[in-house]
Unconditional design. Structure first.
Lengths: 113, 112
């Protein structure tokens, strides 16, 4: 049972435009959500996170939005840069269970110059 | 601060053999988690160790085991390797009570 889903395997955007990556989850007990970026032959790199008590968190070009009623979160990258081309994973964790992350399948983002 | 390190980076084993992978967390991090990444299944949680105790366990068979030492370094072991165990094995560490995990580069295991 896939509790965290990224339904778009890939996304292509033009440099300078906005990239929007989506993630849905099924378990309402998830308390904390994270986004990771992964380049080939490297481990995932932490990007940004959000607690379930918030609906938005911003860090530079990256903003994560959380819609608890829809069990949906999204990552906005503005403006997109060619170096942002990578696989993006969303992940979720249960309250107090900091050592276990449940990952989505990932979305490959390509930013074209 | 040095990041999470994993050794070896690449490994080729034969079906039926066993393998041990090593992970050194970020200094000061006491939690170490292990994940398996395969093309079909994505990133799957294996287990987590905190202060030398297994605190969480994923849905993997008993052939997958791990341990953590007093310096927080961790090892995972896979016995009786199967072809389906070919994957990227990722280790991540985090501070106490912190959700954000920091990953190592992974060990690419190929079982032939």
């Amino acid at each position: 049972d896939q509790q965290v889903k990224q339904n778009s395997p890939s996304l292509s955007v033009q440099e300078g435009r906005i990239s929007i990556l989506n993630c849905d989850y099924t378990n309402s007990m998830f308390d904390y959500f994270l986004w990771y970026k992964k380049y080939p032959a490297e481990g995932p790199t932490f990007l940004i996170s959000i607690s379930s008590i918030k609906d938005k968190n911003e860090d530079g070009r990256f903003t994560v939005f959380l819609n608890k009623s829809a069990k949906h979160l999204s990552l906005h990258i503005v403006p997109s840069q060619p170096g942002d081309s990578a696989v993006y994973f969303c992940a979720a964790s249960f309250s107090g269970n900091t050592g276990k992350l449940i990952f989505g399948q990932g979305t490959t983002l390509q930013v074209k110059p | 601060k040095a990041g999470v390190t994993q050794t070896p980076r690449y490994l080729i084993k034969t079906r039926g053999q066993q393998v041990t992978l090593s992970c050194s967390p970020i200094s000061g991090h006491r939690s170490v988690s292990w994940y398996q990444q395969t093309p079909g299944q994505g990133l799957q949680f294996l287990f987590e160790y905190f202060s030398e105790t297994q605190r969480n366990k994923g849905n993997f068979p008993g052939r997958f085991s791990g341990r953590q030492f007093s310096n927080s370094r961790s090892e995972m072991n896979v016995s009786t390797l199967e072809l389906g165990d070919s994957a990227l094995y990722l280790c991540a560490s985090s501070g106490q009570g912190i959700y954000e995990q920091y990953f190592g580069p992974g060990t690419r295991l190929t079982v032939t």
